[in-house]
Ligand binder design. Structure first.
Ligand code: DQA
Length: 146
């Protein structure tokens, strides 16, 4: 099984940005956490981060035929990007959305998730653990779909 994990803009600034919201752990810590989770479960994983909407759309399109599922934290594009929503719909891979913070407890403009509309589940406000739960969820979904 092969999963693609996509992280959107400013997540590369974890450990520096708004520590009261996102914590003190760095992006490298997050990547290590995701890779460890996948290794334990014998899941192959690629972790991709970009600050550019088009690059994320390109990465989703290229996943078609190469990955079994997508874990995505679109970061700020969550609340604006119909292009990412459409890319997820186009490739039709099982997808799960993750947010480190509880977007529903924050400003009203964070309460809508466009890419979330193409995801089978959302893991919100659980910090790094949300990625682990998303991996477990997708493993089950992909197994069921076989
Ligand atoms: C985020 C929440 C978004 O609203 C924000 O723009 C981010 C990170 C999260 O993981 O909590 O950059 O997706």
């Amino acid at each position: 099984m092969k999963l693609l994990v996509i992280n959107g803009p400013n997540l590369n600034m974890l450990g520096i940005r708004e520590k009261d919201i996102y914590g003190r752990e760095t992006y490298e810590d997050l990547v290590r956490f995701i890779k460890d989770c996948c290794e334990k479960r014998k899941v192959q994983v690629e972790v991709f981060q970009s600050n550019h909407e088009g690059a994320i759309v390109d990465r989703i399109q290229k996943a078609y035929g190469h990955f079994d599922g997508i874990v995505i934290n679109p970061a700020a594009y969550t609340h604006t990007s119909i292009a990412i929503l459409d890319a997820l719909k186009a490739v039709c891979l099982p997808a799960a959305e993750v947010h480190l913070s509880d977007i529903y407890a924050r400003e009203p403009f964070r309460h809508i998730s466009y890419p979330g509309m193409a995801c089978r589940a959302s893991f919100i406000g659980k910090g790094f653990a949300g990625y682990e739960q998303a991996v477990d969820f997708l493993m089950e979904e992909i197994e069921k779909g076989k």
